[in-house]
Design a protein around this ligand. Structure first.
Ligand SMILES: *Cc1c(COP(=O)(O)O)cnc(C)c1O
Length: 232
């Protein structure tokens, strides 16, 4: 079995190669290792190899891991669907949230962000593709939501995120990511100060980097196939 350490360096090489192909600096692309369903030991191995940023989708699975790894000073990204009864736990234990898609959730995160921590770094998830399956704000409503999120004092709006439907064709992958980049550029032209384009996973990280991703979220290529979750 290939180790997490080896897979992680393979992913770093993929990122370097993709950045090189389009003349981008590899330092401008942040790697979030998506550890959902994987045990604390696998995260420790990645951390020992220098990985700092980790992503989790399920609040109740993530909290014990965050606690068990508190000694390492890792950066935790919440990338799952947000339910309003989980906003307190997320605001209290995560450093980033990538999946804001409505004002009510943003307001709850703002209210629950502990006073002794820095503002919570957040991205707005924009819907891509035709289905509502993965959530995300509709593009027509993005500007208003971004303005409102940017005004919340305990959140820091960093950028946009998308989770497009899986496509094998690179041009189709790029078309989804290009939409997000154009929306990002439009918001910055309108005076918002965004620096993060969270897009690209194991199957499409090259396409995302070619379209300007500043943060890629990689699970399978680092940790292997997802494990079954215990029914909660
Ligand atoms: C699971 C997940 C990832 C990682 O996906 P892989 O294909 O395993 O790299 C990235 N982003 C989100 C939102 C996810 O849910």
């Amino acid at each position: 079995m290939t180790s997490v350490t080896v897979r992680l360096s393979d992913v770093q090489r993929r990122i370097e190669a993709a950045a090189g192909t389009c003349g981008r600096a590899v330092e401008d692309i942040r790697l979030v290792a998506v550890s959902k369903t994987h045990p604390v030991a696998a995260i420790r191995e990645a951390a020992a190899a220098g990985q700092r940023d980790f992503g989790e989708n399920y609040v109740q699975d993530a909290l014990p891991k965050i606690e068990a790894l508190a000694d390492l000073g890792l950066v935790w990204h919440f990338i799952g669907r947000l339910q309003s009864n989980k906003t307190r736990a997320v605001a209290g234990h995560f450093d980033w949230v990538h999946t804001i898609d409505r004002e009510r959730i943003a307001a709850r995160l703002d209210a629950h962000r502990p006073a002794d921590r820095d503002p919570l770094d957040v991205c707005i998830q924009v819907r891509s593709g035709d289905t509502d399956e993965h959530g995300g704000v509709e593009p027509e409503r993005l500007y208003d939501l971004a303005r409102r999120v940017a005004d919340l004092p305990r959140l820091r709006l960093r950028g946009l995120m998308c989770l497009p439907p899986p496509e094998t064709d690179v041009d189709r992958q790029r078309a989804h990511f290009r939409q997000l980049r154009l929306q990002f550029e439009r918001l910055n032209a309108a005076g918002l100060d965004l620096d993060t384009l969270s897009m690209g996973m194991t199957g499409d990280l090259e396409a995302a980097i070619a379209e300007g991703a500043t943060l890629v979220r990689i699970g399978t290529a680092i940790f292997g196939p997802r494990q079954p979750r215990n029914p909660a």
